[in-house]
Write a protein that binds this ligand. Structure first.
Ligand code: BT5
Length: 250
């Protein structure tokens, strides 16, 4: 059961996202809990926030680690928009814009689901759910801590900011931005999200190695496509559109 559950609409000023917030000190995964709440009738827009996860989920069965009480672990119940490939991007963009525009940090998005600070991963996003019905759109942000407390390649917001951040205020700021981006997507207008992604993308014009579908390719990243895929011009001059996979900057 949630340790706290509240109607937040008035406080957050959002139309839908974060309309209800269920809070837990410890949960297996906020994504899994969001889907369980959906099955119990909680509405789209419900946010689930936990202090720590015992089975935090990354992509492809990987684990997402946290430092209890020092990371933002949050999932939002959403309906799949007409362009589902931009859903994780909308969450990554929301967090990136909060870090960049509200805290002055040089946050960047790395396709498909990473937020980076100084080349290190400060946040990851995972959307999952059944074929029909609401999906859980989850984000983990490493907020207050020192690199070394988490897997290699990870960093914390406070390490770059020089001070600690309030987790609730950060959650509210991300939910407000997600509310706007999610409404654009469900209204069938992906334009603003795609344009703003380009402003924060760290791959465009850079040389990359991509692994997708058992294949490795080298080339130059051309940027996000309006459907959320990544365009790469490979070394043979062929343009490839990736819809999943791992991309490494070379
Ligand atoms: C992701 O996976 O980046 C998606 C992470 C989504 C986490 C949120 S937390 C709230 C919600 N509830 C969940 O259960 N999940 C979502 P991926 O791209 O597969 O990256 C996972 C890899 O990143 C791991 O294999 C580690 O190498 C590394 N990693 C694990 N924890 C990390 C952390 N806290 N910070 C940076 N890197 C991490």
């Amino acid at each position: 059961m949630p340790s706290g559950e509240a109607d937040q609409r008035g406080r957050l000023g959002t139309r839908l996202v974060g309309g209800r917030v269920a809070r837990y000190e410890t949960i297996d995964s906020t994504n899994l809990e969001a889907l369980r709440l959906a099955a119990r009738g909680f509405p789209v827009g419900t946010a689930v926030i936990a202090g720590t996860q015992t089975a935090g989920r990354g992509r492809l069965g990987r684990r997402w680690m946290d430092v209890p009480g020092r990371c933002l672990l949050m999932s939002v119940l959403v309906d799949a928009p007409p362009v589902p490939g931009l859903l994780t991007a909308a969450m990554a963009l929301s967090a990136t814009q909060v870090l960049a525009l509200e805290h002055g940090l040089p946050a960047r998005i790395k396709w498909p689901n990473d937020v980076l600070l100084a080349g290190r991963k400060v946040a990851g996003v995972l959307a999952e759910g059944p074929d029909a019905g609401p999906m859980a759109l989850g984000i983990g942000i490493n907020v207050n801590g020192r690199p070394g407390e988490l897997p290699a390649g990870a960093t914390f917001v406070s390490h770059h900011l020089g001070e600690e951040l309030d987790l609730d205020a950060l959650a509210a700021a991300v939910l407000r931005r997600l509310d706007a981006h999610y409404h654009s997507l469900v209204a069938g207008d992906a334009g603003p999200v795609v344009e703003e992604l380009a402003d924060y993308d760290c791959l465009t014009g850079r040389r990359v190695m991509a692994r997708a579908g058992g294949r490795t390719l080298f080339g130059e990243a051309l940027g996000w496509l309006p459907d959320g895929r990544l365009a790469i011009c490979d070394d043979a001059g062929e343009t490839i559109h990736l819809d999943a996979g791992e991309v490494t900057l070379i």
